[in-house]
Ligand binder design. Structure first.
Ligand SMILES: [Zn+2]
Length: 248
């Protein structure tokens, strides 16, 4: 059953603030969207005249638009992201995707421009991140702004059915069935990128963990990642919002 649309809208705002709190997005760049079930519309993080950055995203900045960024609910004072086609074109082509995140995290940026390879260099430390390395991260080799549908098409083609794309010299695009899944996936990928970069900075070569260890590591499942980990970040965000005096 689809969740009530206002709850989904609130989750998009929460995801934006979590990603900023965790350093995946800086200042005003980066956006989250969620497909509104049984429609050709999405909630997407827009900019208002009072724009103060992704960390301070309020629910009113999450606007309902169609996959081309249009429609009667956008609100004249809100500006859709320049890179809205990343979201809209993925929803058009991949019906199972319910959430799209586009961000410009720094460690992933450095990994991309230095062409560092993502390998399973750790195991139980973060099993989903290890699996991402094994499954492979598609890299989109161009660094342009994806501000037209035809510019999104090659990104989506390289991404194929994968849930993450590293866009060289630009950022990342992450998908999920739900906001929770996509958000935790983006955070896990960031862990992989950070570890990969820090290992490279030591000048040492980290070997892959053994196939035997990889085989024994369990799939932790959706409850572990998309419920518990998500809840942890929601709680951390609440405490952090309180500490900085941010009011939604
Ligand atoms: Zn971008």
């Amino acid at each position: 059953m689809a969740e009530p649309t206002e709850i989904l809208r609130e989750k998009v705002a929460v995801s934006c603030r979590i990603l900023a709190m965790e350093g995946l997005v800086d200042d005003i760049l980066g956006h989250v969207s969620a497909r509104i079930a049984h429609t050709d519309e999405m909630w997407i993080r827009c900019r208002s005249p009072e724009e103060e950055g992704v960390r301070y995203t309020t629910v009113d900045a999450i606007r309902r638009v169609d996959f081309d960024g249009k429609g009667p609910h956008r609100g004249e004072q809100y500006q859709v992201p320049n890179e809205l086609p990343i979201h809209g074109e993925i929803y058009k082509k991949r019906p199972a995707v319910g959430c799209v995140i586009h961000a410009h995290p720094k460690e992933a940026l450095i990994c991309g421009i230095t062409e560092l390879e993502f390998r399973p260099i750790f195991g139980a430390f973060n099993i989903p991140a290890m699996r991402m390395a094994i499954e492979g991260i598609p890299v989109f080799p161009r660094s342009y702004l994806v501000n037209r549908p035809e510019l999104a098409a090659p990104v989506i083609e390289i991404m194929s059915e994968k849930s993450i794309c590293l866009m060289k010299g630009h950022g990342i695009t992450v998908t999920g069935k739900t906001v929770e899944e996509a958000t935790v996936r983006a955070l896990n990928f960031n862990t992989l990128a950070r570890a990969t970069l820090r290992v490279a900075q030591t000048g040492r070569i980290a070997p892959d963990i053994s196939p035997e260890d990889i085989e024994k590591l369990p799939d932790l499942g959706s409850t572990f990642n998309d419920t518990w980990v998500w809840r942890y970040y929601v709680r951390k965000l609440k405490e952090e919002d309180l500490r900085i005096g941010f009011e939604k």
